[in-house]
Write a protein that binds this ligand. Structure first.
Ligand SMILES: Nc1nc2c(c(=O)[nH]1)N[C@H]1C(S)=C(S)[C@@H](COP(=O)(O)O)O[C@H]1N2
Ligand SMILES: [Mo]
Length: 412
């Protein structure tokens, strides 16, 4: 079989209808107009025309994505479905460096990762890893900048709304199984440090560019070295042939195309660890004394009804969204239709895919014609509630404010 879609195992990931309708820029706009599609469809086609999908992710669903830049693509709020898993062709993309050459997924089993900071350090191929164990984990992958677009301080960086997140099923070998096979972690190693396999730009200090992140070593308990997502080999753009999955930790800690896994006494000296991804007070630069962006906390948002889909018909309205606990399981979620004055518990829908997955929720409410501010707030298994206000920080990280994520809808 010829593989025309490099990095994707299965070209059937692509929905041919949407593709034909929306991928072709101006032609698509004309086609949409001729066929009498809604204004929204035309606006979407125009948006797709303004910024086409970059070639390395040409297999993404153009109708579901907001293309911010060639390295930052967001899932549209209205594109999130209600059956838990985010399809691979709708999942957001965030690259700090250009993705490596597609040749690295030509021989997936031959990809090597160096494991250091264990009694018997060594290089392991993906093929060898596949013989060492298997686990499957559903997990919310969320960029720490998700929700940055709601910060009034307008931090630099992509103004993500809700779509730098998805719920993905990963398969791979548990990191702890690999560590046990190599004789255990060396004494004094308190961090787990992962290094991305990108080629670094020449003439730069490697520390300034390398994508390398340290997390507390205890995170290895649930971490995977994964080769599969949502039932297919991980596409290059999402970190194939091998990616570390650190459940409950924000996106940046889930290093793609991992080439080195080290148990270390200190955190990485890379800029992305030392000064980047820190919760810095407004107006201040990142430094190692400030908290790193690690564990995620309780968060939820409503995906439907959304204002971009026009007015809602008066009567029974099904309010739907997603809720997750981050490092803990989500326990419950409440919905308000009066801007947070009163709350009602929503019902979780579908199977519980475990502590790190999100849950879909629904609340049916009778809404007479009028304007409403609808909001949701999650509570985790430890009793931590999603806060009303964001925690201000210079880079716009970790926004879980329910007020920022509320929607104004018109019922007519
Ligand atoms: N090697 C590598 N890993 C990486 C990154 C990267 O640029 N290079 N970006 C990180 C960030 S900031 C996020 S939010 C997630 C994005 O994962 P995705 O592109 O598969 O959605 O990957 C993380 N892992
Ligand atoms: Mo991110």
């Amino acid at each position: 079989m010829t593989r025309r879609f490099i990095g994707t195992a299965d070209p059937s990931l692509i929905n041919p209808q949407r593709r034909n309708l929306l991928a072709g820029g101006a032609t698509a706009v004309a086609a949409a107009g001729l066929a009498g599609f809604s204004k929204t469809a035309i606006a979407q086609a125009a948006a797709a025309a303004a910024k086409p999908l970059p070639p390395y992710v040409a297999w993404k669903d153009p109708g579901a994505m907001i293309v911010h830049t060639s390295s930052t693509l967001e899932t549209k709020r209205s594109a999130f479905g209600t059956s838990i898993i985010t399809p691979t062709d709708q999942l957001y993309i965030r690259n700090n460096l250009p993705a490596p050459d597609a040749s690295i997924v030509a021989d997936r089993d031959g990809w090597e990762v160096t494991v250091e900071g264990v009694k018997n350090p060594r290089k392991l191929t993906v093929k060898e890893l596949k013989g060492m164990g298997l686990e499957t984990t559903a997990m919310v992958l969320q960029c720490s900048g998700n929700g940055r677009g709601y910060f009034p301080s307008k931090p630099s960086g992509t103004p993500w709304q809700v779509g730098a997140a998805g719920c993905v099923v990963w398969s791979g070998v548990p990191v702890r199984a690999v560590v046990e096979a190599l004789g255990g972690v060396t004494d004094g190693a308190v961090y787990m440090t992962s290094t991305g396999g990108e080629k670094l730009p020449e003439g730069l200090d490697p520390k300034s560019a390398v994508v390398e992140r340290s997390v507390p070593a205890k995170a290895m308990a649930d971490a995977l070295l994964a080769w599969e997502m949502n039932g297919v080999p991980i596409p290059l753009a999402h970190g194939g042939p091998l990616r570390i999955i650190v459940p409950g930790y924000s996106g940046v800690n889930n290093i793609k195309y991992i080439k080195r896994l080290a148990f270390t006494a200190e955190q990485s000296e890379a800029a992305i660890q030392k000064t980047g991804y820190r919760l810095s007070p407004l107006g201040q630069k990142g430094d190692p004394s400030q908290p790193s962006v690690w564990e995620m906390s309780a968060k939820s948002w409503i995906n439907s009804p959304a204002p971009e889909n026009g007015s809602v018909q008066a009567g029974m309205v099904q309010i739907k969204g997603v809720a997750f606990g981050g490092i803990h399981a989500v326990k419950a979620v409440e919905v308000s239709v009066d801007g947070g004055k009163t709350w009602k518990q929503a019902k979780f829908v579908g199977p519980d895919l475990g502590r790190y997955a999100w849950r879909q929720f629904v609340l049916g409410v009778k809404l007479p014609a009028g304007e409403y501010t609808i909001a949701s707030r999650a509570i985790d298994s430890e009793g931590n509630q999603q806060p009303e206000e964001r925690l201000e920080n210079a880079s716009g990280y970790n926004n879980s404010s329910w007020r920022d994520h509320a929607l104004k809808i018109t019922v007519a």
